[in-house]
Design a protein around this ligand. Sequence first.
Ligand SMILES: *Cc1c(COP(=O)(O)O)cnc(C)c1O
Length: 430
Amino acid sequence: MTATQLNDAVFVDVPTHWYNLAAELDEPIPPHLHPGTKELVGPDDLVALFPMGLIAQEVAAEPYIEIPEPVREIYKMWRPSPLLRARKFEEALNTKARIYVKYEGVSPVGSHKTNSAVAQAYYNYVDGVTKLTTETGAGQWGSALAFAGAQFGIDVEVWQVRASYDSKPYRGYLMRTYGATLHPSPSELTASGRAMLAKDPNTTGSLGMAVSEAVEVAAGDPAARYALGSVLNHVVLHQSVIGQEAVEQLAAVEPDGADIVFGCAGGGSNLGGLAFPFLREKIHGRSNPRIIAAEPSACPSITEGEYRYDHGDVAGLTPLLKMHTLGMDFVPDPIHAGGLRYHGMAPALSHTVEQGLVQGVAITQHDAFTAGVQFARAQGIVPAPESTHAIAACAAHVADSDRDEVVVIGLSGHGQLDLPAYAEYLDGKI
Ligand SMILES: *Cc1c(COP(=O)(O)O)cnc(C)c1O
């Protein structure tokens, strides 16, 4: 790759392959288990939900997997995303650290989610699927899949967590603009939704509940399949375009690479996507970065969850995943970082935590917004509420520090559709 530096931004070519860290680790990621039999999940168990291309990626053993040309063509609409030196933020923090931001907010919907949505829509399109169902929290994943569905002519039906559906209507408008159908979750449209409403008619919902509804509808419709925006191995794989670009971009300006990398972790996909290529550099002895997973105190799966097999949803329909989990029926407070309200964590990321390659840190919502506002005033970019967790973790680490270190922050998205949440913070209500 060749790098181009433009003022504070560095650009490289879009990667031709996804990077699969698991293939380079001594210990394999624990496999998924069937929810009924507790045996290993085989391809036959997954065909009702996922296309073959993605099922193969879930257990891929090779370190590099070629990105299909149609997916690369769509990536080129906004990739490579910029790596920006955040000089004004450094000044604001009074630090000697050099802070770089890998900014995924330049995608059409404003977050990293499009990196996997486009790939998933493509493999479903190849299999002749005409409808995709999914869940969404704040609406980032739902709008990413709605965009990707529009690219490949696939209908998209989205269950959005009630708390976000009510408080953040704009991404709902975005999904509908791309042609998707939207329901609040839990809904009366599915058996699992009706069961949850019978238990608690006023529930604010959770990602786990919305997953159950979307999975139920896909499993009952032969023309439909389900798409998951995070957690699974193939999703983390698709996000590796972020970290591969970032490693190359950083190399153009910092020959010794990164000392520490911060990302927010909800289901683990943006952090895994950013961090795993940095861990590749570590495994191959080219640099030795620490990786920090910043999660909300309201949903601290890495720092306070157990590492065990658990379902990805509330109804217990998904395979059992070995992960850090707060329990499948954990319902977090309705914090604004809707994308971080998930009870579990990607098995791939959980595994690297267990291997000592990634450390978790829990951030309060107040500290997250404080850092988000400080960053916005310094750099102009309003970060997604999820991303503010990574910024807060970075700020706590480098503030007033004389250490001459190279820091990378994963800025998973922008927060221009989350301004009501910022307003609440500014009004002193958080
Ligand atoms: C969905 C989302 C997250 C959390 O999901 P991960 O799988 O942990 O990346 C973080 N940031 C943004 C902007 C999101 O949309």
